[in-house]
Design a protein around this ligand. Sequence first.
Ligand code: CA
Length: 332
Amino acid sequence: MHASRVFTLIATAALTLNTASAWASETVLHVHPGGDDRWSGRLETPNAEGTDGPLASLTGARDAVRRLKAAGQAGPFRIRIAPGEYALREPLVLEPQDGGTADAPVIYEAAGPEKPRFSGGRRITGWTRQADGLWTAPIPEVADGTWYFEQLWVNGKRAVRARSPNKFYYYVQRKMDHYLDSSSGQAVETVNRAFQARPEDIAPLCDLSGRALSDVTLVTYHSWEASRSRVASIDRSQSIVAVTAPIPWGFAYWGPNCRYHLENFRAALDEPGEWFLDRQGTLYYYPRPGEDLASAEVTAPAVSEFVIAAGKPDEGQWVEHVTLRGLSFEYG
Ligand SMILES: [Ca+2]
């Protein structure tokens, strides 16, 4: 009883210190979805003239702190971020110069109990329903090679990248560490990166070549983990699949019980909830019951990283005394 009360008291004291800690000399900056990174960030809302107000982004806040430091301010710095959704077009990159000290930390935190949401996703619009029931949307950035993504959300629910089989697995027939290539007659060495499949399982891949084939992903299930590999080649007459790099762990250690599935090719798009993106810039989606893509919120990730602490270990410089608190990062 006594011990429990002491623990409660200590916990309360620690919590109070944690939430109410403030430095008399700290500089507070504000970030708001309606802000502007050209403003000072010293105001919580824009002034009447519209000449100053909160900042608009984490990177804008980082740069404001840099400017203040350059002007001689030592911190601490507290960046208070208003709730709402913020588009994250690039990761927040923190360098050693963006860090603080034990006495003058840099804190990025939610301004209130509601988490500000930083979305690395981009909305996909312009959907058209096709005669076969699939929906398609053109994505010019994919066609011109400046964007490609491997995940998709429809109304906040993760869609399934087209895969075969739709449930459960295919089974490796035989691991092939070397074989005679059917077309060249040459012996090829493929230690831990090729196997013989059942012909019917890989039949859809036999029509693919070039980028469409190398985009196919082989997901291999080992005893405790799964690995993802890109297909390098198919020997059609022998039903041998080779991938670009050795599959880790003891690939096919269990012989013909080794499970796998294939994903990311057009023929695999055959079940509600699946999607496929071709390199010509067409996104295909097979709707789930009740889904109308004309009004659905479809999001694909446009950033692969949210926050990068870019220290310089070779120079013994680190990103130190920076806190991110109460922020939500999504769609990356
Ligand atoms: Ca499928």
